[in-house]
Design a protein around this ligand. Sequence first.
Ligand SMILES: NC(=O)c1ccc[n+]([C@@H]2O[C@H](COP(=O)([O-])OP(=O)(O)OC[C@H]3O[C@@H](n4cnc5c(N)ncnc54)[C@H](OP(=O)(O)O)[C@@H]3O)[C@@H](O)[C@H]2O)c1
Length: 253
Amino acid sequence: MFNPFSLEGKTIIVTGASSGIGRQCAIDCSRMGAKVAIIGRNEERLNETLNQMEGEKHLKVIFDLTSTDSIKTIVTDIVSKLGQINGLVCCAGISNILPLKLMSVEQQEHFFRTNVFSTIELTRQVLSIKNVSKDGASVIFFSSIMGVVGENAKSLYSMTKGALISASHSLAVEYAKKKIRVNCISPGVVVTPINAGQPYISDPDKRALLEAKHPLGLGQTSDISNACIYLLSDASRWITGQNIVVDGGYTIQ
Ligand SMILES: NC(=O)c1ccc[n+]([C@@H]2O[C@H](COP(=O)([O-])OP(=O)(O)OC[C@H]3O[C@@H](n4cnc5c(N)ncnc54)[C@H](OP(=O)(O)O)[C@@H]3O)[C@@H](O)[C@H]2O)c1
């Protein structure tokens, strides 16, 4: 059957696979035929992801991505067990609501280490000659609508997400000759553990206001993983350096 979105024969790494959007990406990549290395810190929740994946040749990697010095070791291990990499989905991330007056340098360092430095170091190690497929690869950074537009007290999160969009532009140019594509996905609000406890989700009145800002309503994890499947597949072979905004219309108003 004609299926330009197939991931059959591809090896893909998904970070943040123990929860929310990353979990859905890992499950859907497996359904589309890929072998998947799933990375997260929480073993129990990684096992829950693994139990929902199709196929058998997947790999669970329990790892804190802020330990950037050890990223080379885990990438080497993944390649030795699953083969060279065709796709990297950098979904792990943290978010917060923090006014500037309360923002310390330590908090900035923690956010940049988690959302940006770990993503760039993982990408650097995966894209080294011996680790990446000779057929090329697709790298996806997870940004956010907060990397594109602003919101009260979201500047720290926005800084990290904007950095990823900027990095993807130049990396896309740098790696195009090796058939390696680098794109971003910027979701609107999808209810997951990253935001479930925030007042704008838990307070019915605030949630109604937020929903009104999304003309198509809030998203589901599969709305985002479907965009991932597209960017990982050969159907998107001519797309690089783009930021695909998947937000139910939040940013068009
Ligand atoms: N949900 C939204 O509305 C939304 C909107 C825009 C952008 N995004 C972005 O989408 C991505 C996924 O978000 P989500 O909603 O799926 O959040 P989530 O459910 O909270 O999942 C976050 C994931 O990141 C992992 N993670 C965090 N810090 C880590 C670290 N130091 N080392 C390794 N893994 C780490 C967590 O792993 P453990 O739990 O195992 O520690 C978890 O799997 C994030 O980058 C987020 O910024 C989300």
